[in-house]
Design a protein. Structure first.
Length: 298
């Protein structure tokens, strides 16, 4: 094979697979791939090479990788432009300003050409069999609208930092307590669109809100195998917005309770709410809110 080696724009963004060094080596695109991988990216130049490489080196090669650069300012944009020239399966989109994860995911899903959409975060690593296993799982279970998998934690340097996670597989339990790890999920695109997609009002717990709404029109599931390494580092959402994430997950559950009892859901999807305002809108008493805050501070 021939082709001039393309150098990355930043030394820290190292290409890890030798076959990615030439555009001539990238496989030809399918007219309509089997699965779309949607990855929002915001200021992740340190980690996104590993995340992208882990998708490009999947055993199932019939996919498209839809990357939404959410207004990055740290050099990520230039790196993604370079990377997009390495493989014709990469489709790159850019938000001129930072719009948040929900808006970026909705944009990526709207651009996806496949009914099956795999979520990917820009700082995690998908194991080589991930796409093959998840596509097979969804094919075998057409009643399932969204499915996660087990994962293992890694540290900032990529070292294993804990045992495999345990996942719930009982559909009835997942209906009432939807515990899908967002970065591990595969979704049915039409189902996500039919319930209104991700709601920016729940950013940082947008996944929990979506699982509840999908669970009201279909079933959720989990693949028991570890298919992703989840990177824990000081910049990820669980570390930087842990308290608000927990609060919004409570609000998503309360919104689901209202819908399932016929009381309606008053949350405007695109709005941004102060915590007290959202709690009041959903009928959460001040006493309950203060009790929640005390639990979070304990």
């Amino acid at each position: 094979m021939t082709g001039r080696k393309r150098q990355p724009p930043f030394p820290q963004a190292t290409v890890r697979q030798p076959f990615l060094t030439s555009a001539a080596m990238a496989p030809a695109p399918a007219a309509r791939p089997l699965v779309s991988v949607v990855m929002p990216v915001h200021n992740r130049v340190r980690y996104c090479a590993e995340a992208i490489d882990s998708i490009l080196s999947q055993t199932l090669a019939d996919f498209e990788l839809v990357i939404v650069d959410d207004g990055s300012t740290d050099g990520t944009s230039a790196f993604l432009e370079w990377y997009g020239g390495l493989d014709v399966r990469i489709r790159l989109f850019r938000n001129e300003v930072n719009r948040g994860v929900s808006a970026s995911l909705n944009h990526g899903i709207a651009q996806a050409r496949c009914d099956l959409v795999v979520r990917m975060d820009s700082d995690d690593i998908s194991l080589p069999e991930r796409l093959a296993r998840q596509v097979a799982f969804m094919t075998a279970h057409p009643e399932i609208l969204a499915a996660g998998s087990a994962l293992r934690m890694i540290d900032a340097g990529g070292n294993i930092a804990g045992p495999p996670s345990k996942v719930e597989t009982d559909p009835q339990i997942l209906h009432s307590r939807p515990s899908l790890a967002h970065p591990t999920t595969i979704l049915r695109r039409e189902a996500v669109l039919s319930v209104g997609g991700y709601r920016p009002a729940f950013d940082h717990a947008e996944d929990v809100d979506l699982w509840f709404r999908l669970g009201e029109v279909g079933m959720l599931g989990n693949h028991p195998e570890v298919l992703l390494h989840y990177r824990a580092h000081p910049g990820n959402v669980h570390q930087t917005h842990r308290r608000r994430q927990s609060f919004l997950a409570e609000m998503a559950a309360l919104a689901a309770y209202r819908r399932r009892n016929g009381w309606g859901d008053p949350v405007h999807a695109e709005a941004r709410y102060e915590e007290a305002e959202l709690a009041d809108l959903l009928g959460w008493s001040e006493k309950a809110r203060q009790a929640f805050l005390r639990r979070m501070e304990a």
